[in-house]
Design a protein around this ligand. Structure first.
Ligand SMILES: NC(=O)c1ccc[n+]([C@@H]2O[C@H](COP(=O)([O-])OP(=O)(O)OC[C@H]3O[C@@H](n4cnc5c(N)ncnc54)[C@H](O)[C@@H]3O)[C@@H](O)[C@H]2O)c1
Length: 248
């Protein structure tokens, strides 16, 4: 497969889970890929697995100077994918403000900084894909900071699409439902998994490949008239309700 030959991609959060799988797909389709992650060992391992055409870049997406330097190594950039993220759990009445800020900084400001520096180095025809979450639209007990940040990613995506459309740059988001990665072991390896399955019409937990397929579609010319969208890739979970994580 060589549908993206000659193009260059940068993927944040490429050291694990969804970002790692997303990085594999444009690389397999012929693109040069810069894998950005705060975890140096992880991102170097993934880049080495991919081989020629894959470069690791160690950066914290909340550190603007470090992120800009990493994105610069990938320029001119045709595809930007923003998957770096993490969650935290706690009721609003117990959640420390610093923990709230940490998640907003990583999951929302990190995406803002990534879009900013990717778009600056992107020619006409470029595509940016932000990994939001079903929690951008579906609230979940105990996940206030994460839900708020992901809802922010949806609106950021729409504003970026408006601002960058005149330059021929598209910006879309993907909203994954529960996907089996190191981030979600508390859900996928506990009794709550059954409640997720009960609230997923397609009856299975997602795999990183499910999200990577959507990202590849949004990266390439088959989606050339799509921008500002939030694509739900969730086994239909948005038609039902989020499991009661507080048990009430
Ligand atoms: N797994 C799911 O069910 C699920 C569902 C919806 C959305 N998402 C979103 O998908 C994205 C990827 O999640 P995942 O499940 O693959 O998680 P993961 O933990 O497997 O991977 C996240 C990666 O982001 C990196 N990272 C964390 N903080 C960083 C920082 N400050 N700078 C740079 N890199 C950083 C980590 O080192 C890790 O490699 C996240 O944005 C997450 O919110 C995941």
């Amino acid at each position: 497969m060589s549908g993206l030959a000659g193009r260059r991609a940068a993927v944040t959060g490429a050291g694990s889970g969804i970002g790692r799988e997303i990085a594999r797909r444009p690389h397999a389709a012929g693109a040069a890929v810069t894998l950005i992650d705060i975890d140096a060992d992880a991102v170097r391992t993934v880049a080495a697995e991919l081989g020629v055409g894959a470069e690791p870049a160690v950066a914290d997406v909340t550190d603007e100077a470090a992120l800009e330097a990493a994105v610069r190594t990938a320029a001119p950039l045709h595809i930007g994918v923003n998957a770096a993220g993490a969650g935290t759990f706690g009721e609003i009445t117990e959640l420390a403000a610093d923990e709230w800020r940490r998640i907003l900084d990583l999951c929302l400001t990190g995406v803002f900084l990534s879009v900013k520096h990717q778009a600056r180095r992107m020619p006409e025809g470029g595509s940016i894909i932000n990994i939001a979450s079903l929690n951008a639209r579906q609230p979940a007990q105990g996940l206030s900071a994460y839900c708020a940040a992901k809802a922010g990613v949806e609106m950021l995506t729409k504003v970026a699409a408006m601002e960058l459309g005149a330059r021929g740059i598209r910006v879309n988001a993907i909203a994954p439902g529960l996907v089996d990665t190191p981030l979600t072991t508390a859900f996928t390896q506990s009794e709550i998994k059954d409640e997720f399955l009960d609230n997923t019409p397609l009856g299975r937990i997602g795999a990183p490949e499910d999200i990577a397929s959507a990202a590849l579609f949004l990266a390439g010319d088959d989606s050339s008239w799509m921008t500002g969208d939030l694509m739900l890739v969730d086994g239909g979970g948005h038609t039902m309700r989020h499991p009661k994580l507080l048990g009430r």
